[in-house]
Structures are given as C-alpha cells and as structure tokens.
Design a protein around this ligand. Structure first.
Ligand code: 13P
Length: 343
C-alpha cells in the first residue's frame, strides 16, 4: 500500500489534536474490570458497554480513532449497525488489536514476549474487510533487577517490526506499542533510561523490516517513576523527561505519538499530556492520547451496568475526552474538572 495512503490515514486519526479511545480490552480483562464493580460480564453486557461509549453524543471532535477487540468488531448496536460502521459514520476511524497477548519468554524468567505473528496476515485481511483501518500490537517490558534483558527487548522489538511491516503491506496503519510498565519501585530516571533503550531498539528493528515511519503511529509510555517508588516526581518533571526521551529516540518522520495511560489515574494522565504539549522544544509529531483506563474509568463507574445510567456515563466520558483533547493542545487546566462538576 502506498506510503501516502497510510500517512493520510495516520494523520486523519490524530488530526486536530484528537486522540484514540483504546477499547480493546480482551473479554478476560474487561470481565476483571466489570467484576471489580459488581457488573455481570457477558458478550452482551460488554457489547452494551462499548455501545454506550461509541454512541456518546458529541464525542467525534475529541476521538479520532477507536481500538476494538476481536469480540467487539463482530458486534452490532441495538439498531443492528455493526460497531465499526457506527464509528465510521461519525468520522471515527475503527482500529483493531491484533496481537495475541504477552507470553513467557524462554530463557528470560519473569519476562514476556508478545505473540501473534502466525496467521497475522489473514487476520488483518479479515479485519480490513470489516472496516478496520489501523491495528495495534502491545509489547510489555518490565523494569527490575537487571530487567528488561537485552534478549527480551530485542525479541519484542522484532515482533513489533514484523507486525508493522505486515500491516502496511495489507494497507493498515500499525500502532507500535512498546510499553515499559509502571510496576516496581524504580525511579523516573531509570524509566527514562529503559524507555530510551527500548525505543532505540524498536526503531532499529522497524528500519530492518523497512517499515515506513510516515505510515505508523507510536504508542509509548510516559516517563514516570514506578508505582511503588517513594519519590514521585512533579508533573512538570515527568513532562520534561518524556519529551526529552522522545526527542532523543523517535524520528521526526513518525506523524503521531499516542500515549498509553498505563495505570496513571485520569487526572495525572491528562495533566502530563498537557504539560508535554506545553514544552517549548521542537515537537515534530502530534502528541496525543490513546488511553484505555484513563478515558474509561469514570464512565465505567457511572454506568455500572445499568441502562438508566447510560446518559450519566456518557456525560462522564464526554467530559474526560474533552479534557484529553484540551491536553493534546496543551490547554488543559485542573479547574476544568471542578467547573464540570459545578455545572
Ligand atoms: P491504558 O491507557 O489503560 O494503559 O490502555 C491503553 C492500551 O491500549 C494498553 O494496551
């Protein structure tokens, strides 16, 4: 597929500082989140939840793409409209998670490699026929004593690059997601070091597989301290470290960097994104969000599985998405939260 088409699609997803809703939790993961709130998890309750999000009135100025999951891309709205079409009709680009999850990596205790290259081309072709225009593959890297190992970083980067090249060949934009996890007691400095090393190897592998950088999106973690670290840096320090790391390791040909939230609470993820965008350094990429938990948590709590709570949940989702889109322009202020609750 031509680079021009892929680049246009990638730029379309993040145009106008819109971001991505990551709604690609597997049934197992969504079941865990539902059960934590006492919500029954069935294919239909998961469908109802996704429908609630996707039919939120007024969402399309903020959300340029939605990442679906195998179960969801095959489901339809109450009115019988396939969910990917429901999104496309609002000008929101449907995408699809195509990896098969992180599995134990031989010879690397405690580390995982993301699987799913077998049969990938056929899966991509099927999803493309269902309307998906971009894909996502997530690798996870754990910081620890001597971790991540070089072997693990290289194995995951190689798989990411093979996936990205295959996506481009079937005309889908790959989202390349190497996630350095927040789990652990490491410092922000250590996260910056590891994130930089990982990005360097990922772009090396992408070059080896001749991936067109113009036709992909990068989905990295922000540079933060581990969740168990006693020293939590100021939001301004997180923003500065994240931007420095990206400027050192991400080529300017990449059109967009779409951050994951990775377990940050919604307000931190929003503030960090806004401060990153306020950085005065040259930023050759669109810097926006591809959040799962940070975008959905408030809406999920408001919904709680009740039909009569759909409107309240949609208000919560619209508010959060509006704040994220403001953050993608560097215009978010924490007062936007209280202004909304007073309204
Ligand atoms: P979080 O924002 O919840 O980390 O999810 C984003 C995602 O897609 C992880 O793969």
């Amino acid at each position: 597929m031509s680079t021009a088409y892929l680049e246009l699609t990638a730029r379309c997803i993040v145009a106008g500082d819109k971001g991505i809703l990551a709604a690609d939790e597997t049934p197992e993961t969504l079941t865990r989140r539902f059960l934590a709130r006492g919500i029954e998890s069935t294919p239909d309750s998961r469908r109802a939840y996704r429908q609630m999000l996707f039919t939120t009135p007024g969402i399309s100025p903020y959300i340029g793409g939605v990442i679906l999951q195998d179960e969801t891309i095959r489901q339809s709205s109450d009115a019988g409209i396939p969910l990917p079409r429901l999104l496309a009709d609002q000008g929101i680009v449907p995408g699809i998670k195509v990896d098969l999850g992180a599995k134990a990596l031989a010879g690397c205790p405690g580390e995982r490699v993301t699987e799913g290259l077998d049969g990938l081309r056929a899966r991509l072709e099927e999803y493309s026929g269902m309307g998906a225009r971009f894909a996502k593959w997530r690798a996870v890297l754990l910081i620890g004593d001597g971790l991540p190992s070089t072997k693990c970083v290289r194995a995951n980067a190689h798989a990411l690059a093979r996936y990205a090249a295959t996506c481009q060949e079937v005309g889908m934009v790959p989202i390349v997601e190497p996630e350095v996890l927040m789990d652990g007691a490491h410092s922000m400095e250590r996260c910056e070091e590891v994130t930089g090393q990982v990005l360097q190897v990922v772009f090396d592998e992408l070059a080896s597989q001749q991936v067109e950088l113009e036709g992909m999106l990068l989905k990295p973690n922000m540079v933060v301290a581990g969740t168990a670290s006693a020293a939590q840096p100021a939001p301004e320090a997180v923003a500065a470290a994240t931007l420095r790391c990206l400027r050192r390791h991400v080529p300017p040909a990449v059109p967009g960097v779409v951050f994951l939230s990775g377990g940050q609470d919604a307000l931190s993820a929003t503030l960090h994104l806004s401060l990153i965008n306020q950085g005065r350094e040259v930023k050759p990429w669109t810097l926006t969000f591809s959040y799962g938990r940070a975008l959905q948590d408030e809406a999920l709590i408001a919904w709680s599985g009740h039909e009569e709570s759909v409107a309240a949940a949609q208000r919560a989702f619209l508010h959060r998405a509006g704040c994220e889109a403001a953050a993608a322009q560097g215009r978010y202020a924490p007062e936007m939260e209280t202004a909304a609750s007073a309204a």
